[in-house]
Design a protein around this ligand. Structure first.
Ligand code: CP3
Length: 343
């Protein structure tokens, strides 16, 4: 593999001193980029994911056009339920739909738990191809959904504000829930290790719906599985955990095998630092909707955010994914503001 010319992200994750914080944006590949929207007219969502040439081209777009310090492989967290044998439809503008949901022991037994690495080989091929194209410009991030978030989609069958069906399953069938979470965890570890073997420099685990759980239920249904993944991957690459909304778990996370933790905008940088005691690199936490503010306001807020976190052991990012309505110039202003920050 080629030597990295820009290794700010990896340095920040290792806790090394950087000349400025690295910056990337969750969900940076896609939706708001005109070149992506054009590709969307030609190929359906999973064709884009499953064709390494397309996934590579989409992964590179924000590196070339917005100037981020890291690439994240274009794929989706729902390729795991798909590889486990579930039907996943991606309805344009509506989000994911899994018509046959998980409810019973028989449903769990019917899930495929072997050969998942082979069926997801297309992601690894895209990673290897992207690394070749990047040629060391910036590190490449691999990713997967966290077991709780994947369970949410498997049981609920679609996105939800409350995740009440997923939570009903967890609260009424705790043994089945644990079985399902175990199965997803085991597969996710194998999948992320395959991504590392294919060339991913670091991996992020997205627990997008962790915040639907109370602190006690997070500790039961989410945290143990996140930590198992971090422990399994940490000897190979730095691991970033993103349990959105779970600010109360920051102290425990800072003492886990994870190198980095993503936080959303509902916690202040100072409180996040206090809870983690500088034992872990923090990533975040710009409100994605603030990218719709006038550019001078974006730049001012970014500087304030970095001042609050401090520039070391820090990765500038959003507190959740970039939304489709963000003008490319505003995304670029966010990235530029971090690059212009002087220590
Ligand atoms: O970060 C990146 O740019 C890499 C690619 C990536 C996608 N999905 C591509 C995608 C990543 C990292 C994801 C993760 C993902 N997928 C998450 C976790 C992150 C988060 O935002 O919370 C979740 C919950 C999903 C599930 C998912 N996939 C939903 C809810 C949707 C529909 C709504 C949406 O976000 O657009 C998708 C579809 C999807 N995945 C799109 C993209 C670019 C949009 C499809 C399209 O418009 O072409």
């Amino acid at each position: 593999m080629s030597v990295l010319k820009n290794d700010l992200l990896l340095k920040a994750l290792r806790g090394e001193t950087v000349e400025r914080p690295p910056v990337w944006m969750m969900r940076q590949a896609g939706r708001y980029l005109p070149d992506y929207i054009r590709l969307r007219e030609q190929y359906d969502f999973f064709t884009r994911c499953q064709t390494p040439e397309l996934a590579t081209a989409i992964t590179l777009q924000p590196v070339d056009q917005v100037g981020v310090d890291a690439a994240i492989i274009f794929s989706d967290i729902l390729v795991i339920p798909q590889a486990m044998g579930m039907e996943v439809q991606m309805e344009e503008g509506k989000g994911p739909l899994l018509p046959k949901t998980i409810r019973t022991q028989a449903d769990i037994d019917a899930l495929i738990s072997t050969g998942v690495e082979e069926s997801l080989k297309y992601v690894c091929d895209a990673i290897t191809m992207t690394q070749k194209e990047l040629n060391g410009r910036v590190p490449l991030i691999g990713f997967a959904g966290a077991p709780w978030t994947i369970l949410c989609y498997m049981v609920e069958g679609r996105g939800s504000k409350t995740w009440d069906k997923a939570k009903q399953f967890a609260y009424t069938e705790p043994a089945l829930t644990q079985q399902l979470l175990d199965k997803i965890t085991q597969i996710t570890i194998g999948y992320l290790k395959a991504q590392v073997k294919a060339g991913a420099d670091t991996v992020q685990v997205f627990d997008s719906w962790a915040g639907s759980l109370s602190p006690a239920d997070f500790r039961k249904f989410a945290q143990p599985y996140l930590f198992r993944i971090a422990e399994a991957l940490q000897p190979e690459v730095p691991v970033i955990l993103f349990p959105k909304g779970s600010w109360y778990a920051l102290k425990d996370i800072s003492e886990s095998a994870a190198a980095g933790v993503g936080i959303d905008w509902c916690i202040s940088p100072r409180v996040a630092r206090e809870l983690t005691g500088n034992k872990i690199t923090i990533q975040g936490n710009f409100d994605p909707a603030k990218l719709l503010a006038p550019i001078p306001e974006i730049k001012r807020s970014v500087k304030e955010m970095i001042d609050e976190f401090g520039p070391q052991r820090y990765i500038a990012n959003l507190g959740h994914g970039i939304t489709p309505n963000v003008p490319v110039d505003n995304a670029r202003a966010f990235v530029d503001a971090v690059k212009e920050y002087s220590i």
